[in-house]
Design a protein around this ligand. Structure first.
Ligand code: ZN
Length: 281
């Protein structure tokens, strides 16, 4: 088995969470769309503060006063049930200067984090085939749908689905897409170039984008699905070239160039990729 040595980079650090993990204890950050039913205890809203549209989350509690804090890029409000939303919005506007300053601080510290945290919520985005997609919670659907034009991944989940559930569904969908797209592309490039492989499977190897065994079994890391077609094609061409030679000699790279003349493009994108920005599942 051969590594892509130049890609032996950590994948976002930390151990992978088991996909069934439900132990984080974190609350759902799902943002329901306006026309859909919402959780009776928590609601996501927006308010205009000095010309900025700011998201805020209302949680009804037993406390006697209105409390405000900043978390997850939004204003979190705890308020007793008897305080109307219009009154809370009035308070938010009164405190807009302070709130905007705290939000700016939050965003700045978030940018400096080594490992940005992927959000698993309605409206969150992640990279799919080199471009962002938006996650949508669509409880009216029977199964996940991909809207290519709007680049929306519409998940058949209730609007109050928790983060673990959203992450698991997205994880499954991305792997499914990876399996289908990579298999198709591998076959196309193999047919066009006349380079043969015996078997294809997805891998989840850490820090390894692809491998090719001596008997021609090609494995591609499913997380390549975050990258553009050029990158995926490059890794496929790289592994197909290993059916010819297992080293990274000049003749190996000549072989890659014959299989995929434009391979440099994908190679350099992958080399420059910030792997710590990829979501962890
Ligand atoms: Zn290699």
């Amino acid at each position: 088995m051969t590594l892509l040595e130049q890609f032996l980079l950590p994948f976002g650090g930390g151990e992978q969470k088991p996909s069934s993990s439900n132990s984080s204890g974190k609350q759902s950050t799902a943002v329901p769309s306006p026309d859909q039913p919402t959780s009776p205890t928590k609601k996501h809203r927006t308010v205009a503060l000095q010309g900025h549209t700011v998201p805020w989350l209302l949680k009804r509690t037993r406390r006697k006063t209105v409390g405000m804090s900043i978390g997850r890029g939004m204003i979190q409000v705890n308020a007793p049930r008897w305080v109307p939303v219009s009154d809370i919005e009035y308070i938010l506007k009164e405190k807009s200067k302070w709130l905007l300053a705290r939000l700016a601080e939050w965003h700045q510290s978030e940018q400096h984090r080594l490992l940005p945290e992927q959000q698993w919520a309605h409206g969150a985005s992640l990279q799919y085939l080199g471009k962002p997609l938006t996650l949508m919670l669509s409880p009216q659907l029977q199964q996940t749908q991909w809207d290519d034009f709007r680049r929306e991944l519409q998940l058949a989940l209730p609007t109050d689905a928790d983060m673990d559930r959203i992450r698991d569904v997205v994880h499954g969908w991305l792997q499914h897409q990876a399996r289908a797209l990579f298999a198709k592309r591998l076959k196309t490039i193999s047919d066009q170039s006349g380079r043969r492989y015996t078997k294809f499977s997805l891998s989840n190897a850490r820090g390894r984008w692809g491998s090719c065994s001596e008997d021609g079994h090609i494995r591609l890391n499913w997380r390549l699905i975050h990258f553009s077609q050029e990158v995926i094609d490059y890794v496929i061409a790289h592994e197909l070239a290993h059916t010819y030679t297992m080293d990274h000699s000049k003749s190996f790279w000549d072989e890659v160039a014959e299989i995929l003349p434009s391979y440099e493009e994908g190679k350099s994108v992958l080399r420059r990729a910030r792997l710590d920005t990829l979501p962890t599942f």
